[in-house]
Structure formats: C-alpha cells, structure tokens
Write a protein that binds this ligand. Structure first.
Ligand SMILES: [Zn+2]
Length: 158
C-alpha cells in the first residue's frame, strides 16, 4: 500500500481479529523492503523472544504506529489510523518511546516493563517495553521483562 505522501507502507500482520496486539514505532529498513511489519532481523528477534514466553506472534495482531519510515509530513495521520486499529484491544504490548509518549503519555525509561494507562485506550491493558530497534544495542533483559509481563497478562485475560 502507498501512503498519501508517496512512500510505501508496511502491512499489519498476524491474526487480524486478535484482541492481543503488539505495536512498535516504525518499520525498519528490511520491513519496508519486504512491505511487512516485523519481517526483518529485529522483527525476527522479537518473534524469537515472544516464543520464549509462549506467545506466537502469528496469534497476535502485529502493527507499527508509523506505517513507513519516519516522515514529519504524515505522522499525525498514521498516529490516528493506528489508534483506531488499537481501539478494542484487550491487551497491547507497546514498544518504544514514541508509542508510549503518543498514546500513554509516559516515558520509556520510567515505565518499561510495567503496565501503563492510556487515556485513549481505557479498556486495554497496556504493557510498556523498549523499541525493537534497540535489540542488540541494549541488554535484552528489558525486553524480556516486558514480554514476561505481557505473557502473564495474556494468561489471565478474560
Ligand atoms: Zn506518508
């Protein structure tokens, strides 16, 4: 799909009817090349880590807040489109500081690995975690902490 700005967008992926969602900030280079969110090395690393806590990425709705690489021109449109996608979710793993500051009004450094409140998504349990672009650059423990909490919340989901 092509954005109104002319850039190629990545598609949401996984179980599109799932009420369990994983949202990252923006697609990375390989994701854009493939046209699919989470399809590059970082996405694969995330899927591996999700598997370790017993969650299949294909059973979740996997999306990015921005549908192409960061571009001032259409940020606002993407933020709104993604918010609509997130509405109705029971559980959301929200990865990265842009997502957290946009939707949950909080910083990653203070809230990573915890449940955060979103005024836009009052009915959803939102778990905060680090950006997948940080995989390999920062200790994996931070992501694992968030994933364990995400898995725990999924187990008790009604
Ligand atoms: Zn655009």
């Amino acid at each position: 799909m092509i954005c109104s700005c002319g850039k190629r967008q990545v598609s949401t992926w996984g179980d599109l009817s799932s009420l369990v969602m994983v949202v990252a900030e923006a697609p990375l280079f390989d994701d854009v090349k493939n046209g699919v969110a989470f399809s590059g090395n970082y996405g694969e690393a995330l899927k591996t880590e999700m598997g370790k806590v017993g969650i299949q990425a294909s059973g979740c709705r996997m999306l990015t807040m921005y549908k192409h690489v960061y571009d001032e021109e259409c940020l606002f449109d993407h933020e709104n489109t993604t918010l609509k996608e997130l509405m109705g979710a029971k559980l959301i793993l929200m990865l990265g500081s842009y997502c957290l500051s946009t939707y949950a009004d909080c910083t990653l450094s203070e809230y990573s690995g915890t449940i955060v409140r979103s005024k836009f998504l009052r009915k959803s349990i939102v778990v905060a975690g680090p950006s997948i672009a940080a995989i390999g650059k920062t200790p994996l423990g931070e992501l694992r902490l968030a994933l364990e909490l995400f898995a725990e919340q999924r187990r008790v989901l009604k």
